[in-house]
Design a protein. Sequence first.
Length: 614
Amino acid sequence: MNRPIVAVVGTPNVGKSTLFNVLTGLQQKVGNFPGVTVEPMVGSVTYDQRTTTLIDLPGIYSLAPTSEDERLTVDVLRGQHPSIERPDAILLVMSAVDPEKCLVLYSALAGLGLPIMIAVTMVDAVKAAGGGFDDIGMMHELGVQLYPVVGRKGLGVGDLTHALSSQAAWNVPMAPLSDAASIEERFAWAEKMITRHTSPGAPDRATRRLDAALLHPVWGTLIFLVVMALFFQSIFTWAEPLMELIELGIAGLQSALESSMPDGLARSFLTKGVLGGVGSVIVFLPQILILNLLVTVLEECGYLARAAFLVDRAMGLFGLQGRSFIPLLGSFACAIPGIMSARIIPNYKDRLATIMATPLMTCSARLPVYTLLIGAVIPGTYLFGVISLKGAVLAGLYVAGALSGLLIALFLKKTLFRGSVVPFLIEFPPYRLPSLKSVGLTMVGRSKDFLRTAGTVILAFSIVLWVLTEVPRAEIDSSLTPVEAANVQIEQSLAADLGRTVQPIFAPLGFDWKITLGVLSSYAARETFVSAMGQIYAADVEGSDEPLREVLAASMPLSVGLSVLAFYVYALQCVSTMAIMRRETGSWKWPALAFAITFVLAYLAAWLTFVLAS
C-alpha cells in the first residue's frame, strides 16, 4: 500500500506513547472516528518519500478485553470496529525490563495473521542494572524484526523509522501457541523465552527505596501533600513574569492602534473587540501550560500511578476506587479527556459515578477566571512568610471542587448507583526521567488547543459582545473624556440592557449587571468570562494603563469577588463537557442531572459566600 496503517500496541507502562510521540513528532492528531469515545492518537512517519500512518491504541494485556478502551484495541486489531479500518501491520512495543507480559501479548497477536515488528524499550535500564537482553536471539526465534530503542533519548529511533517504511522489514510470524492456549500456557512459553534470551541484573534498589517512601501510609501521604502544594504554588509564581510580558505586549498593541488609527468603529473593534476580549484570555496561556507541564511530568516520571494507589483508600470512603483517581486527576487539565478515560473502569456504576464527579474537578478553563479574580481581590501577602495567600486560595478552590465532586459520587453510590466496589489493581511504571521531546509535544498540543479556542469560540463571542456594546450608539457629550464617553456608551448599550434584565436573578449573590453578563457569556466557554470583563472594562484599562485585574481590584468588593469564585467552583458551564457526558452515558438524563445539581450548588455556594463575606 502507498500509505500503510500500523497499529502501535503494547501492555501498559512500556513507553508506548512516548515512542509514538518521538516517532511522529508534530505530525499527530486525535483520531476523531465516528462512534469512538476512547479516541486514539493518529500520526505519520515519512522516510524516503514513503509515509506510514501510526495509530496509538490503548494498552492491552491480551485479546480478551476487560474494559471499554481495551475493547477498542481488540476490535480494531480483529477488523471488527465499524469506523476504524483494520491496520495493515502491528508495531508491538516491548519493555526489556519486564518482557514477560509483552511476550504473552505477542503470543496472542501472532495468531491474527498480521505482519509484526517489535520495538524494545528500556534496554538502557537493563544494561545499567548489569543485565542483558539478547534481541538477536529473540528475533530469530520469534521470526520478526526487533529494534532496541530508548525513546526519551532518541536512540535507535532512526533505524525503527527506516524499518517502518520498508516492506522487507515486516514479517507475518508463526503463532507459537494455538488460539485455544490457556493463559497459564502462554506465561509458561514466555518464561522459557525470557530464560533463553535475557539475564536479570541487580535488584533495583533505588526503586525499592523510592517506593518505600512514596507509598508509605504516613510519609507517602505527606510527600503527596507537599507535591500538590508545590503544584499550585508553581502555577502562580512561575507564570507571573510571562503573564506580565504578554500583558505589556497586548497593551503596546492597543496603544499602537490607538495612535495610528482614527477614532471609529474599526479602531474600537480591534482594540476592544479583539485585543480587549481575546487578548485578555491569551494572558493566561503561561498558567495553563505550566499546569499541563506539571501533570505530564508527574505522569511520565511514574508518580501518578503511585499517587492513585496512595489515594485508593481515601477514594473508598466515597464509594470509588483508585482507578477513578486517574480520570479525576486528568480532569484538572480538561474534563473531556477525563470523562473519556473513565472507560478504564470496568464497573458500570463506578464509571457513571466518576463521570458525574469529573465536572467538579477544576479544569484549566477555570484557571483564567480564578487567576483574574484572585489577582483582583486577594492580597499579595504570604502565610508564615513562605506560602502565597493567592496560591493558597487557588489550592482551596481546587480542593473544594474535588471534595464536592467526591461527595456527589458518594451520594450517587449510596442511591442511584448502589453496588459493591471492584478491587483496585494497578501496575506501577518504572521511575524514569520524562522525555523532553514528549513533554514538548504535549505542551505544543495544549497551546494549539488553547489558542484554537481563543481564535474561534472566544473570538466569535468577543465580536458578538462588541456589537452588543456598540448598539445603539449613545449620544455623547463632547465635554467628556474618551474614557468617560466609552463608559457612557457601555451603560446605554444592548449588552447593559441584557445584563440588567437577568441581573435580578443573581442579585442575591452580589452580582451587578456586568458580572451577570460575564457569567452568562461563560456558558459558551468558561474563559469567555475573562473576555467579557476585558471588553466591558476596556475603556478603564486603556484609560489607566493598568491590567484588567488591577482595574477590577478598584471596583470589585472582596465579598463579590469571593462570591463569583464560589459560583465557578461548582457551575457546569461547558457545552462540550455535557455533550461528552451524553455520548459516554448514552442519554441526556445524566448531563441534565449534572447541570441541575451543579447550578444549584453554585448558586447556594455563591449566596452563602457573599452573605458571610459581607
